[in-house]
Design a binder for this molecule. Sequence first.
Ligand code: FDA
Length: 324
Amino acid sequence: MCSWEFTCSDVQRRGPGYDSPVLRDLVLGIANSKAIRSAVTGGLGRKVALRFVAGETLDDAITAVAALNADGFDVSLDHLGENISDVAQADSATQMYLAAIDRIEGGNLRANVSVKLTQLGLDLDEGLATAGAHAIVARAASVGTSVTLDMEDHRYTDRTIDACIALSRRFPHAIGVAVQTYLHRTPEDLERLIEARVHVRLCKGAYKEPRTIAFRSRVEVDAAYARLATRLIESPAYAMIATHDEALIDHAIAEIERTKRDPATHEFQMLYGVRRELQRSLLARGYRLRVYVPFGSQWYPYLMRRIAERPANMRFFAEALARG
Ligand code: FDA
């Protein structure tokens, strides 16, 4: 039976339009509509979303982390939420991350956290967001774990990279950041991050970006990924290869072997609920695999990005809604 874990062949096959940035932009565009948002979040959409997220509470998330750890996976916990609109929400996000780190330590779990600066208030007050990030990284460092700053759309790229580098001066080894291979600027950003010796998560990029600053075609984004993966793996930075693309995973493995990289200095990362067979097979081959586990009630933008990545997800979504 075909499950949400995308194990059946017709789901894993690239459907028509898979390569289409137009379709992706369309989904990301209509996701901003208030009507669509309330239709999706108001009812059955929640049931579908929970196949991509561990649950709405920290308890749900910790249960998922423990189960994944028991199966051999490491985890990065993401408390869902972004572009918040008041200071209280920013404070509450920071507190949730501090609580999550306490639970990671208390449960002796193999997990770190992934944080979006807009969730900590970057749109309201940069000082508030950096203070929140500072508190979270300090707590993570004190218990021997780490923080990765998720990369949001291009309006935040400079500030996210600057914040990461500033935090690394105070907390070396406890901070990293995602970079997106679809952005033309990323080769230069990667050099800065390598120089600063922060952890680097390489991903393709999930936002709707103008063609003046980002590659549009799958071929270009993948070629950029391969080039940047080679550079990252040759560098001394801790490398986080975040993709479900088997060709790029094979490329990264070949580069890891060619450079004889110490296994303690890199890991693969994939999203909760996506390509679990591939996750298991990498683990079985002896690679560290970290599953990115989102949790919380603000799952709508996250769900829309996952749907935009893959038209087959749209079909699942529509079918689940139709089934009720
Ligand atoms: P690609 O989209 O080409 O997918 C390769 C194959 O994987 C597909 O053929 C399909 O089988 C499967 N697949 C991929 N996505 C799927 C999905 N949603 N549902 C079902 N199957 C799917 N982006 C960003 O902008 N900022 C960030 O901080 C992060 N952080 C991040 C962390 C981690 C751990 C991961 C894995 C990804 C991110 N991303 C991200 C998202 C990333 O930029 C990208 O949008 C997705 O990973 C999809 O790209 P792939 O590299 O998997 O390739």
